[in-house]
Design a binder for this molecule. Structure first.
Ligand code: HEM
Length: 372
């Protein structure tokens, strides 16, 4: 067992009682819409413009932090000062520089303490996915390129409730590495989360640029968990995915949990919410799922322990003939799931990014922190 797997399997023993029950929250109504704003032209000029803006931000942060007293802040100031200087000098980051960001994200993931199940990994993966899953292949709008969830109203869309936690964590890392674009940083966060939580290697490469509020997409582009197979197909076909890919992507729900004060739903999908496994599919078929009787949105609970949950959109993978075929295959073969999951998540994170923007023709495989 690798160190990462050991660490994550230890985490899964976090007592259920330690998880606070959060106050009831209004479940947001979402609407599917095809309206799109006019996309802005992307070019390398914007890329360098973005780097320049990042440099200015970095310098401002340097000035701010260099006047602080504590050793921690001082060391952070030195780091961000050095990064800002690099950005200002038209610094061209190498793979090793991105690896440093990866390693720093891994540290942050592990610093969660009592938060949820002891890891920020799941919420970072959700940020990466929600910033990419707005893509519309017909209009070429949305996707991970411009990181428009930084702006209102996208940051306030019902589907993005709770993601301020992940954006806040990423903001701290951005201060240390001001040269990285938000889109690269957020998707790298998703890659790090999957890999450090015992999942497969996710091929990834940088090249996304910071955009503007005008490039944000309208509400309704992300899936609504209360709906069925037609809705899932509408949403994911719009991104360019097929049935097999919809099922493979859904396996991300091996991780993390629903928070009543974010989505209205409540509870984890698996007993090991900080380790990537194919348990989500296994549980879907092996457990008996019944509708939860509660004052909340329609969700299922496992009859045996009543401690796990499934969303209507999860359960539909066992009901729809085409989805079921793939879900069964992943339940029976974790290696197959890992292979397909890695490929589809890698594609997801590149949605909306013009190929010419990437710094390399092939995505990279970044080593885990405990790998030599
Ligand atoms: C298939 C359609 C999907 C629906 C309807 C859906 C819906 C949801 C909902 C309602 C939550 C709970 C949010 C909260 O209360 O904190 C959630 C959490 C999560 N989702 Fe999905 N999701 C879908 C697909 C995906 C995909 C494609 C990924 C990644 C590849 C993903 C990754 C996650 C993760 C990791 C969490 C846990 C976040 C945390 O613990 O804070 N989901 N999802």
């Amino acid at each position: 067992m690798s160190f990462a797997a050991l660490r994550t399997s230890l985490r899964r023993t976090a007592p259920a009682a330690a998880r606070a029950v959060r106050p009831a929250a209004r479940q947001s109504l979402r609407r599917f819409t095809t309206e799109t704003p006019t996309p802005k032209k992307s070019s390398n000029t914007l890329l360098y413009g973005g780097l320049g803006a990042a440099a200015i931000g970095g310098v401002a942060f340097y000035i701010y932090t260099s006047s602080s007293d504590t050793a921690k802040e001082a060391s952070s100031a030195v780091r961000s000062g050095a990064q800002a200087a690099k950005a200002a000098a038209n610094f061209v980051p190498t793979k090793a520089d991105y690896q440093k960001v990866y390693n720093r994200i891994a540290e942050v993931i592990d610093s969660a303490g009592e938060y949820d199940d002891g890891s920020y990994g799941p919420v970072l993966l959700r940020l990466a996915w929600h910033s990419s899953g707005t893509y519309d292949k017909e209009t070429g709008t949305g996707g991970s390129n411009y990181a428009t969830m930084r702006f209102d109203p996208e940051s306030k869309h019902g589907a993005n409730a709770g993601l301020h936690v992940a954006r806040g964590l990423m903001e701290e890392i951005k201060k240390e590495f001001p040269w990285i674009s938000y889109g690269d940083l957020w998707t790298l966060g998703g890659v790090t989360a999957v890999q450090e939580m015992g999942g497969p290697k996710i091929p990834w490469r940088p090249g996304r640029i910071d955009g503007f509020a005008v490039q944000a997409t309208p509400d309704g582009r992300l899936p609504d968990a209360t709906q069925g197979s037609d809705h899932l197909r509408n949403i994911f076909y719009r991104m360019g995915f097929n049935d097999q890919e919809i099922v493979a992507l859904s396996g991300a729900h091996a991780l993390g949990r629903c928070h009543h004060d974010r989505s209205g739903f409540d509870g984890p999908w698996t007993f090991s919410p900080t380790t990537v496994t194919n348990d989500y599919y296994k549980l879907l078929f092996d457990e008996k799922w019944v509708w939860k009787k509660w004052n909340g949105p329609k969700q299922l609970e496992d009859k045996k322990t009543k401690s796990l949950m499934m969303l209507p959109t999860d359960y539909v993978l066992t009901q729809d003939k085409s989805f079921k075929k793939y879900a069964k295959a992943y339940a029976e073969d974790q290696d197959l799931f890992f292979k397909d999951f890695a490929a589809v998540v890698s594609r997801l994170f590149e949605l909306g990014v013009p190929t010419a923007q990437f710094v390399s023709s092939e995505p990279w495989i970044l080593p885990n922190v405990d790998e030599k």
